[in-house]
Design a protein around this ligand. Sequence first.
Ligand SMILES: CC(C)(COP(=O)(O)OP(=O)(O)OC[C@H]1O[C@@H](n2cnc3c(N)ncnc32)[C@H](O)[C@@H]1OP(=O)(O)O)[C@@H](O)C(=O)NCCC(=O)NCCS
Length: 176
Amino acid sequence: MDAIVNNFVKMEPLNLEHTKELYDLTEANRSHLREWLPWLDHIKDCSDTKSFISTYEKEGAPPHFAVFYRDRMCGVIGFHHIDTQHKVGSIGYWLDYGHTGKGIVSTALKKLLKHGFREHNLHKIEIRCAEENFKSRAIPERLGFVYEATLRDCEWLYTKFVNHAVYSLLATEFTA
Ligand SMILES: CC(C)(COP(=O)(O)OP(=O)(O)OC[C@H]1O[C@@H](n2cnc3c(N)ncnc32)[C@H](O)[C@@H]1OP(=O)(O)O)[C@@H](O)C(=O)NCCC(=O)NCCS
């Protein structure tokens, strides 16, 4: 099963050619994503998706990828930021609802971890999930990340603050 998913999951560095497809995917998943991601209200039309992509297309920006399954765009994964001094990166991701339950993000994450540890020489990669976002928490847990702590009230999610469960993986713990 792993090999099958692996063969069908492709990643392309996010670029402006993805704008329309990414905006349409975001629009189709607005309520699904809004449950856990705080930025949906900032995406009002295609120009907002274009601005988002432009941020990550700049030289030196942390790498972001469009994720494809069987050649259809189905989500995004990337580094929110990379601290080059301390060699720490933090990853985020989301997936089209219709593509959940197949291992796509877990597969894409393995590829991104390899990229982060090998190409960016990172020592530590973090993933922060809202405490009650169990689908998201299952992803770092599945890949052997270590649960570090729960941080209190660190994200405003439209109507309430949520805690973050913090997971991390060290380069020495990563097996590609
Ligand atoms: C979080 C989110 C990406 C999880 O999606 P997902 O499909 O559960 O994650 P994966 O693609 O890794 O797939 C894992 C699922 O596929 C199944 N699966 C099937 N084949 C698999 C394989 N080869 N490898 C891993 N998992 C596999 C797993 O059992 C799991 O299903 P389950 O939850 O029913 O047990 C998705 O729910 C989402 O986008 N949510 C909204 C945005 C969000 O919360 N982003 C994260 C913010 S921190």
